[in-house]
Design a protein around this ligand. Sequence first.
Ligand code: F0G
Length: 457
Amino acid sequence: MKTIIEPFRIKMVEPIRLTTIEERQAILRAAHFNPFLIPAEHVLIDLLTDSGTAAMSSEQWAGMLRGDESYAGAKSWYRLEETIQRITGMPHVLPTHQGRASERILFELLGGPGKVVPNNNHFDTTRANVEHSGAEAVELVIDAGKDPQNRHPFKGNLDIGKLERLIGEVGAARIPVVMVTVTNNSGGGQPVSLENLRAVRAVCDRHGLPFFLDACRFAENACFIKMREPGQQDHSVRDIVREMFDLADGATISAKKDGLVNIGGLLLMRDDALATRANNLLILTEGFITYGGLAGRDLEAMAQGFEEVLDEHYLEYRLRSVAYLGEGLQRAGVRIIEPPGGHAIYIDAAHFCEHLPVDQFPGQALLCELYRSGGIRAVEIGSVMFGHTDPATGTTIHPPMELVRLAIPRRVYTQSHIDYVIEAIAEIFPRRRAIRGLRITQAPPVLRHFTAQFAEV
Ligand code: F0G
């Protein structure tokens, strides 16, 4: 088996600045041990997110120049609408500036006090938009999806029994929509099988419920289905994608992931009456229905990106290169969420920093060490992001896992960059007991991970 190479060559380069450990030590201190507060130019390998960080192709850049900036009915809009309708089969395509704008519109229409919205796992902005509407966000991922070492091929699946029980408990009338996130970002970038999507559809049909996908990483999910689901090997990713969307009544999409663009989103639906109401909200805050808060050139880049992401050589390389990082870390003894996800590797920071109690933020402490010794930026998904104080008892509640996510931007880093990341982390691992814990010195009441400040314990 030969190496699966990057299926592109590099036409434009952006220098990355090499810094010394001493410089990074000072930068980290100035950023109060929070990598979100580090200026990006001081980062060597930036694995903070795979969102909006993709490199665009020459065809996308060519499209940017062709972008039609007409306020209404731009040619670029019709190209995007036709592309998305052809790929997904959804009749109503609404452009938005990013995924959370689609979520805000959807839940303003479907949410509200007393409502309950199930999902395998809600992404933070999805949960926030559900809750902002007054509704309750419920998570129904299968139990295997919560066990970091379980190698279930579709750990993102929604538990059908739990869904039936929820409907039995609260009643179908209180559930305005059932969501499934593909791939399941908050659960480790794990895929959802076609079989599971069909089962969710069947439950929704039995109870008359609409079914929406959070389809940010729809192409990566479809590629996993092709590789892992019995009977799917001979189907094209394009056909599998179509089958996924055919099972749903609509979708929210952040085009900043599998759309291969730096900004953009979509809200898709079949229901004519709902689409009319959504269009009215779109005009209120995003813009007219043929641009939705985006420039014509952005629509053009999206239309091209959604086609390119279905290239199976690209997807095979994409999933392989993320798995390559995971396997390299495992060889060094680092424990990760298994199997590797589609867009990121999640390090078990509680294991990596087992000498640190959770109230000294092992994930954040590991983030700081990755930056200090390797110039690598990642994100904590643990007690900083999700820890909170119980208002009733005053005690701190910690999430079940302390994770550090290494998200891989699309088409940006080469295998040698990833080798460097593996080497840097493998070098830290044997001396990990020297990593110092952190305490919070300042934090806002909500979404504290973005701006919290820390000091070393
Ligand atoms: N849904 C999922 C599953 C996501 O991963 C994201 C964004 C969104 C919705 C919101 O989209 O950012 O365009 O408004 N995830 C990014 C991340 C931010 O780093 O995982 P957005």
